[in-house]
Structures are given as structure tokens and as C-alpha cells.
Design a protein around this ligand. Structure first.
Ligand code: UDP
Ligand code: LCN
Length: 803
């Protein structure tokens, strides 16, 4: 298990812990007030609440000291009380952790190691005797000891920049090793079994450096726009195969870049060179849990943005790779496959099909393999993503053959999605020796309070012992990780990032994690998704809109009487609309929106509330969270007498219709509301903005990074219901503001959230990390063994309980 877990951050251990500058006497007094409550554990929000109450009472405290105390506890995520001691998990900065003990006898903080802290936490659940026995401790830090880490918070999630700098500095320090490494990498490249880039003539870096100026001068004899074929023969004799460019001009540019990279150490050039090389033709995406199809699946408890994301990513990657091949002069065409689960009882969807072409693609496919029980029989029905763990191993095994047949060999890149997709992806990448890119979408741990410490209570419904273990296995084994927002990686000034929350935690009786995911590792990259302009375009773009769709949706959502299956008569159908569309997860807080709307008189008297969810009848659901949220929404409609003001539609819209709903709401001067308690990214927010519909969104998670407050919408804490309602009200009642948000939103999406940019970045990342892997700078083999051990000793045996 290594010793890295003791591992406070190196530059912090040397710091004098009393030097936080806060009066320690008061800090002890604060700890004593916590103790007086009799509670053994305080979490982030409670700590802040108690701290503010405490500071208010301390009348004689100078503002300076109060500020210093607040600084100490800013981002403090846990305080555990044991006997006379209080143990606080502090966050001296984004991505950093420090555990301190506060004791009445001390005159300054005493540092506590991670193992001790977890043991104290466990003792609250297990009792001292049990907790003091040495159980299983997980620590991934030794395997990443030499991996570059960012230190500046603003660089968190910009792993590639750091990696490029590291590679460039290698050139400075050990030019020979660097050149040898790069040449070895270029020489091993093949597409469909055919060598590209360089051949064996370039037997050493010296030969390469000698040939480059010769070839560059030779190219000067040709016009820039002459095709590769004109120079192919000569290039080959000098050691260069196709892949450098489709025209003489492009080839010269690429080879010049190569020459500069070999001779100077400019990180940007290195990234540019690697990014333009055509290293990937076939991409496998893995997203096993159902329902995954192109129509009629969105909005079910397990299928929301991830399905949209994966399909759009596939199309964008195909286009990007096609463009890359065209520019590089390699005559190849890309192929993408999305591997998902085949569900025989498909309920009218295409989820039972083995193979399905992706609409709008040239050669991209959904391929499906079934889950099987222990006897090898196919499972016919959908099962929740929380219960799929026992099936994934055999699934990965069976899929391997399917993938190799589909791709005519191993894929060049595997992109895993969510925990299950990445677990399967890690197994396939291991077996097929392919680079593994992991897209996270959501980490469940932070969504459920104390899901780690009280895992046993959650086990029946959520099986978190399996899911969190699978997270640790899959994301640690990935070559690089793609997140959608900074919130996922670095969190905020006051709150941990979702990834960061896996760094130090315990599941009493199962294992203690001393180092799970270090968010500072240069494996993390933030690459946000986009909204497809084919469906999500401004409401003013009348040429693209289809009248019949506009008409039928307007009737359905805005006429006085509800259509069959929909709920709510509208007394004033002409009023502007407050619109929300989401799955009925508690965390999406649609019931909260009903309350926000219901309580605010001016808002309810000037607007209607439109909810579009896949379900508004609890009897049709088997998902307990969904049922509770539906019931609560009805209770609140009743409580605030919202009949006449709300329309609640159970609709499974296709993409054309979804885009059009945002637009018809925009036509009538409405607003889109996203009030989630936590959202990793929030695709609906960019969809609404792209359609010219102003948005008011939660401050928790991705939406707060999407929207620039007062420019492209408003960002509000949904727990402050009055404020949220005010923001909705001012957006629909102030026409200048409305127009500013509408145009601001469109511009923001065009600038920052496009699939084109996304695909370009992911392809570039894949190239750079493949190179990094090739150098084998970390001890990959040891990491793999550790991961396999965890898989076989914890994950696999536990999954048997779900059979
Ligand atoms: N969506 C839908 N119908 C619904 C609910 C959601 O079509 O009833 C679509 C929506 O257009 C968006 C996606 O599902 O593309 C939801 O993505 P988001 O990232 O907002 O949330 P998630 O469901 O992934 O948590
Ligand atoms: C999952 C979520 O919860 C959303 O916030 C994301 O937008 C979606 O996946 C796509 O990544």
C-alpha cells in the first residue's frame, strides 16, 4: 500500500502550522462549541453554519482575526470529534488537503496523517476496537509519484499543457533520450497495418536530423499546392511515409515543425506537431448501461445527457478524423463504434438491435452485446445502472470479439463513458493494448451525502461498494481523463471537486482510501461538450424551423387544456413560460422549481410553468427516486394551488422537437430554468442558450461555468428560492435584459461549447497521451498489477451479491 498516503503535500508539511495567522485560542473555543452540540461529525455546510454563528457571538474578535479564522476553515470538508480532540480536514488551497488536530492542551495545530484520520472516522461507525484493526488501505499515490502534477489551481484540468512542458524540458535536459523516444514513437505508427510517417531508413535520430534539411530543401522545388503523390516516391527514399501532409506546402510545414521540435524546446510546437499527426482511424466508445439508442430513450432514469453526448461525440470525432486524414495525405477513412448493451425487451426502442448505423454518419455504428447470467443465458430486461456490476466482466470478454470484428482489428482509441463504460474500457484497452480516454459524466459519490461512510445503508439500493471501487479501478487505469467542467476536477474555492472527493475517504469495514484520485495529476483535462447546431439553433433562424413541428408543439404545450398524459389546465396560455426539462432525479430539483415558482406571487401571476419530463405518473416508474420526486412535485402543485399556472408534460421528444420546444418558449419571451442541487455539466443549459432562450441556472456545478452572469444569463443558488424566482421574473419582465441574455447565450455557446472544438481537443489529447504512454514514464506494469489485485479481491467478489 505504500506510504504516499501519509503524504501530506510536500510543500505544506514544511510549513509551520501555527502560521495560519488565526488566533488558536479562538479556534480551540470553536472546537469546544462544536463538541458541546454532542454531534460527532460535521460536514462542510454545517461547519460554515456553526462557524458563522460562533463568530457572531465573539463580539470582541477583530475583523482581521475573524477573517483569518474563516480562511482556516474555508473549504474545510469534515470535522470529526473524538474525546477532547477535534480533527479537521482543511483545504489550504484548491486540490490540497491538510488534516489537523485541535486539542485544548495544544497551543497550535498538530498535523495528523491520513491513515490516523480515517481510523478515527471509522471508529464512529465501527467502534474503536474494530477500527483500530488494520484493514485494507488503498493508496494509488506511489504509482503516480513521478507523474507531473499541477500546483497552480488555475492549471487544474489543463493536464496537457503541463505534459507538453515536461516533454519539452526533457528535450532540454536529455536531448538524446528525447529524440530517440520521439523517433521510436513515429516509427511504430501504423494505420490498418500500413506504416505511416517514417520507415526503417530513419534508423537513428542522427539520420533523421540529417535527412530533414535535405527533404525540406527538395520540397522547395515544388509548388505548395502540389499533391503528396508527386513527392511520395522521393520522400519514401529519404525515410518519410505518408501522414505529413496532403500537399507539398503542408508536408513542408509539418517537417519544419518536426525539425524545430527536435532542436528547440517549445512546448506549443510539440503539441501542434503531435496533434496534426493522423494516428487514429478507429475509435471505440463504450457505454454499456441501457437504454442507449438514437430515439425514444432520453429522460429515463439512467439516460440523459450521456446518450446525447456520446452520439454527438461520435459524429464530431468522425468529422474531425476525416478532416485530419484529408490534410495529412493518408488515404484512410475513420470508423467509430459505440458499444452498448443489447436489451431484447426493448420497449419499442432499437435497443434490441445488434448493429445500428448512426444517423448522419458515414461509417459510425452502435454495436450491442447482451448481458448474460451465470448460466450464460441472455438477460432480457433493462436493469438499473446501479445493478449491472456482476455482468460487466463477461460482457467485456464477449464484446472484445465483437469489437475486433467490427473494427477489423483493435481500435486505435477507446473512449469509456461513466463508471461502467470505463471499467469495460479499461479491460478492453488492457487486452487490446489501446489508449484509454475516460469521460466521466458523473461521479455518484458526491451526489449522496455520506455515501462512503454509510455505504452499508446505501448498498441495497445503490451498491456503492462496487461502483466506487469500479471508479477507482477504471479512472486510475485510464491514460487520460476528460471532464466537462472545472467543478468536476478542482471544485470551487469553498468546495471540493467531484474527482477530488475520491482522494481521501473511507468505507468502514470495506477499505480506507488514503489516496484515490489526485485531481492535480496532469491526466485531467477539461474538454466541455457542445450542442449540435443541427437541432439547437436560434429561434430567429426561421428558415431552419419546421412549421408543422412548431405548430404541433405550441398546441400541445400551450393550449389551455392538456393533451392526454399531460397535466395542468392553463388559465392564461398566452403568458410567457418558465421552462424546465430534466430527468426526475432528486438532484435535478424540479420539485424545488415548482416551489420557487409557486411561492413567488408576481412570477406566478405573469408566467406559466412548463415542465417536460419523461414521466409524470409515479405508477409507471419502478425507480424509487423518480417515484418520490414525482409525488413531491404533485404535493407542491397542490400546496401552492398551481392549477391554472402549470403544464407538466410526460414527453419523449426527438431532437428536432426538443430544439423546437426551447425555441417556442423563446418566441414567447420565456426563460429556461436549471435549478439542480448539483450538475456535472448540464447539456440542457447550452441547448437552451443555443436556441436563443435566456437561462437562469444553479450555482452548483457546470452551469455556473457555462453562463457568464449578467451577460448570457443568471447564476443563482437554488436553495435561495426567492432570489431564484426574482431572477426568473426579471428575465421575462425586462425586455432589454431578455434580449441581452438571448444574444449573449447564443454567442457564448458558439464561442466555447462546440463539438468541433471538443473533437479536435480529444484527438489531440489522444495523440499526446499515446506518446506519453510510449515513453512509459510511469510504472504502468506495477499500477496494473495493483488495479488487478483490487479488482479480484474486492470488486469481483462483491458483485456476486447482486446475482
Ligand atoms: N432530455 C430529453 N428529455 C427529457 C429530459 C432530458 O430529451 O425528458 C435531454 C436533454 O435535451 C439533454 C439531456 O437529455 O440533451 C439531458 O442532459 P443534461 O446534461 O442536462 O442532464 P443529465 O440527464 O445527463 O443529467
Ligand atoms: C451527466 C450529467 O449529470 C450531466 O451534467 C452531463 O451534462 C451529462 O452527463 C453529459 O456529460
Amino acid at each position: 500500500t505504500g506510504n504516499g498516503g501519509n503524504g501530506q503535500d510536500a510543500f505544506l508539511t514544511t510549513r509551520d502550522l501555527s502560521s495560519f495567522g488565526a488566533p488558536f485560542g479562538r479556534i480551540k473555543k470553536f472546537a469546544a462549541t462544536l463538541k458541546a452540540t454532542g454531534e460527532p461529525l460535521f460536514l462542510a455546510d454545517q461547519i460554515q453554519e456553526h462557524l458563522e454563528a460562533f463568530l457572531e457571538n465573539e463580539q470582541d474578535l477583530t475583523p482581521r482575526d475573524a477573517k483569518a479564522i474563516r480562511r482556516v476553515f474555508r473549504g474545510c470538508s469534515e470535522i470529526v470529534l473524538e474525546a477532547d480532540s477535534a480533527y479537521a480536514l482543511l483545504r489550504p488551497g484548491i486540490g490540497l488537503k491538510q488534516i489537523v488536530c485541535i486539542h485544548p492542551e495544544f497551543d497550535k495545530f498538530e498535523e495528523v496523517d491520513r491513515g490516523k484520520f480515517l481510523e478515527i472516522k471509522d471508529s464512529q461507525i465501527q467502534g474503536y476496537d474494530e477500527a483500530s484493526k488494520r484493514g485494507l488501505v488503498l493508496d494509488f499515490s506511489p504509482y503516480f509519484r513521478d507523474y507531473p502534477k499541477v500546483l497552480r489551481p488555475q492549471e487544474m484540468g489543463e493536464g496537457i499543457a503541463l505534459l507538453n512542458r515536461r516533454l519539452a524540458s526533457q528535450l532540454n535536459g536529455q536531448p538524446g533520450v528525447f529524440r530517440q523516444g520521439l523517433l521510436g514513437f513515429l516509427r511504430n505508427r501504423k494505420l490498418d497495418g500500413v506504416s505511416i510517417l517514417v520507415n526503417e531508413h530513419l534508423s537513428s535520430p542522427e539520420v533523421l536530423l540529417k535527412e530533414l534539411p535535405v527533404v525540406l530543401s527538395l520540397l522547395e522545388d515544388y509548388d505548395n499546392d502540389e499533391p503528396y503523390a508527386e513527392v511520395a516516391h522521393e520522400l519514401r527514399t529519404h525515410g518519410f511515409e505518408p501522414g505529413w501532409g496532403s500537399t507539398v506546402g503542408r508536408i513542408a510545414e509539418s517537417l519544419d515543425l518536426l525539425q524545430q521540435v527536435l532542436e528547440s524546446s517549445e512546448p506549443a510546437q510539440f503539441a501542434e506537431l503531435l496533434t496534426r499527426l493522423p494516428l487514429i482511424r478507429t475509435v471505440l466508445m463504450v457505454s454499456p448501461h441501457g437504454w442507449f439508442a438514437q430515439d425514444g430513450v432520453l429522460g429515463k432514469p439512467d439516460t440523459g445527457g450521456q446518450v446525447t453526448y456520446v452520439l454527438d461525440q461520435a459524429l464530431a470525432m468522425e468529422q474531425e478524423l476525416r478532416k485530419q486524414f484529408e490534410l495529412s495525405g493518408v488515404s484512410a477513412t475513420p470508423k467509430i463504434a459505440i458499444l452498448t448493451r443489447q436489451i431484447p425487451n426493448a420497449e419499442g426502442t432499437t435497443c434490441n438491435m445488434v448493429r445500428e448505423k448512426i444517423h448522419g454518419s458515414e461509417d459510425s455504428w452502435i454495436i450491442r452485446a447482451p448481458f448474460r447470467d451465470m448460466q450464460g443465458e441472455v438477460l432480457n430486461d433493462w436493469i438499473s445502472r446501479f445493478r449491472i456490476w456482476p455482468y460487466l466482466e463477461a460482457y467485456a470478454e464477449e464484446s472484445k470479439q465483437l469489437v475486433v470484428t467490427e473494427m477489423l482489428g483493435p481500435p486505435d482509441l477507446i473512449i469509456g463513458h461513466y463508471t461502467d463504460g470505463n471499467l469495460v474500457a479499461s479491460r478492453l484497452a488492457d487486452d487490446l493494448n489501446t489508449t484509454h480516454c475516460a469521460c466521466i459524466h458523473a461521479l455518484e459519490k458526491t451526489k449522496y451525502l455520506l455515501s462512503d461512510m454509510h455505504w452499508e445503508g446505501f448498498e441495497k439500493d445503490y451498491a456503492f461498494s462496487m461502483q466506487f471501487t469500479a471508479d477507482l479501478i477504471a479512472y486510475n487505469s485510464a491514460d487520460f481523463i476528460v471532464s466537462s467542467s472545472y467543478r468536476e476536477v478542482g471544485g470551487t474555492d469553498t468546495e471540493m471537486g467531484m474527482i477530488e472527493s475520491y482522494e481521501l475517504f473511507s468505507m468502514p469495514g470495506l477499505y480506507r482510501v488514503q489516496s484515490g484520485f489526485d485531481p492535480r495529476l496532469a491526466r485531467h483535462n477539461i474538454v466541455p461538450p457542445g450542442a449540435s447546431p443541427k437541432y439547437f439553433f436560434p429561434n430567429t433562424d426561421h428558415g431552419q424551423r419546421i412549421d408543422a413541428v412548431t405548430q404541433s408543439l405550441s398546441e400541445r404545450f400551450m393550449q389551455a387544456q392538456p393533451a392526454e398524459g399531460d397535466v395542468g389546465v392553463l388559465d392564461h396560455p398566452e403568458r410567457p413560460i418558465v421552462f424546465a426539462m430534466a430527468r426526475m432525479d432528486k438532484i435535478k430539483n424540479l420539485s424545488g422549481l415548482v416551489e420557487i415558482f409557486g411561492k413567488h406571487e408576481k412570477l406566478r401571476d405573469s408566467a406559466n410553468l412548463l415542465l417536460v419530463t419523461s414521466l409524470n405518473n409515479a405508477e409507471l416508474s419502478s425507480d424509487h427516486e423518480e417515484i418520490e420526486e414525482v409525488n413531491r412535485t404533485y404535493e407542491l402543485i397542490e400546496k401552492y394551488s398551481l392549477n391554472g399556472h402549470i403544464r407538466w408534460c410526460a414527453a419523449r421528444l426527438d431532437k428536432v422537437e426538443t430544439g423546437e420546444v426551447y425555441r417556442i418558449v423563446a418566441d414567447r419571451g420565456g426563460v429556461f430554468a436549471q435549478p439542480a442541487f448539483m450538475e456535472t455539466f448540464g447539456l440542457t443549459v447550452i441547448e437552451a442558450m443555443a436556441c436563443g432562450l435566456p437561462v437562469v441556472v444553479t450555482c452548483f456545478g457546470g452551469p455556473s461555468e457555462i453562463v457568464v452572469p449578467a451577460e448570457s444569463g443568471e447564476v443563482i443558488n437554488p436553495n435561495h428560492q426567492e432570489e431564484f424566482a426574482e431572477a426568473l421574473y426579471r428575465t421575462i419582465s425586462d425586455t432589454d435584459r431578455w434580449s441581452a441574455y438571448s444574444t449573449g447565450g447564443i454567442a457564448r455557446v458558439e464561442e466555447k461549447f462546440t463539438w468541433k472544438q471538443h473533437a479536435k481537443r480529444v484527438t489531440g489529447l489522444a495523440n499526446v497521451y499515446s506518446y506519453w504512454n510510449h515513453l512509459d514514464v510511469m510504472n504502468r506494469q506495477a499500477l496494473d498489477r495493483y488495479i488487478h489485485t483490487l479488482y479480484h479481491t474486492v470488486y469481483r467478489p462483491r458483485t456476486q451479491s447482486l446475482l
